[in-house]
Write a protein that binds this ligand. Sequence first.
Ligand code: NAD
Ligand code: IPM
Ligand code: MN
Length: 360
Amino acid sequence: MKTYKIAVLAGDGIGPEVMQQALKVLEVVSNKFGFAIQSEAALVGGAAIDEHGEALPASTLDLCKRSDAILFGSVGGPKWTNLPPAQQPERASLLPLRKTFDLFCNLRPGKIYPAFAELSPLHPRTSSQGMDILCVRELTGGIYFGEKGRSQDSAFDTQTYSVKEIERITRVAFEAATKRNNKVTSIDKANVLATSVLWREVVSRIAKDYPGVELEHMYIDNAAMQLIRAPKHFDVLLCDNLFGDILSDEIAAIAGSLGLLPSASLNGSNFGLYEPAGGSAPDIAGQGIANPVAQILSAALLLRFSCGEEAAARAIEAAVEQTLERGIVTRDINPQSTYSTDDIGNAIVNAISYKENAGA
Ligand code: NAD
Ligand code: IPM
Ligand code: MN
């Protein structure tokens, strides 16, 4: 039987709560589709600082290196914000993981499910027209990884992008567009930033290799506005690291909640890191009310991109959609809801099992 080894790094806050649901779903779907998931958990982020004194212990990194993929929860929280910046969970675990494995490509697919278009914060007329966007975010360059400095009275961050870095993420966006609606909107601030001028030049050149794909350039400020005004306008959104971080949270909110948006961080091999786009949500951690959908959909992306188990990935996505459409949602989506994190996980597990019984 095919066996996939997965490093499970649940992290902090709601991470362990939602991870538990994703593992249940992986268990049922692997049984159904005839493969095995061999998962091994390790500490990361604040939980690892508390236990081992560092956010990414060598043993955790070693587990990742021995695995086919990483299923990541989320890291960080108020408990660790007083540490020196370089030791904090986000900077000292998640960013090094992305860099170590050269995970330059971050895919964040967001859509408005028809059944709860009215729950989107957008005007019903706008949201009912739908949204189905793939945000392709550059993940290992830009201002996140440039030179930084701090003196008593000032601080700086620098943004650098090389032609190579822009080329490789641009190709991912165009390839994705050919399998979707053949449109790429490239986001920049070319009216101000030197890196954006280069970004626009390189994207325009690569676009010539994809004559069937329409390319549009859009400034980040306008894009933030157009996403709310007319989300259906967009297909693939090509962003640098910082702009992609910001716009993907906006896409999640338009879809109904940050708790819905999964992500895949890839490097061109089968290996990948899969995590919700949102964070450790300290405001709701420990209450059993976090939305596990983003974590569960991240597990589906893991099966698709790192294991090649497309049918299993689709089964999870279909079960999620069916569960949401039945109104089985947490209160981030419907404030009247009394469903718990566990209820949502169980409903998705049942939806997968039921299909099995029906022979689907
Ligand atoms: P956040 O994404 O954790 O939360 C923002 C808001 O969205 C909160 O109101 C939260 O309750 C809600 N939310 C997020 N995920 C949810 C879910 N699954 N279900 C229901 N509601 C959900 O962002 P923040 O509050 O700015 O950051 C909190 C901590 O998380 C910080 O330390 C931050 O650095 C970290 N963070 C980590 C990651 C990651 O590990 N990948 C991503 C983003 C933020
Ligand atoms: C995300 C998060 C991270 C980012 C933080 C926690 C470093 O916000 O994955 O979107 O900014 O990339
Ligand atoms: Mn973010």
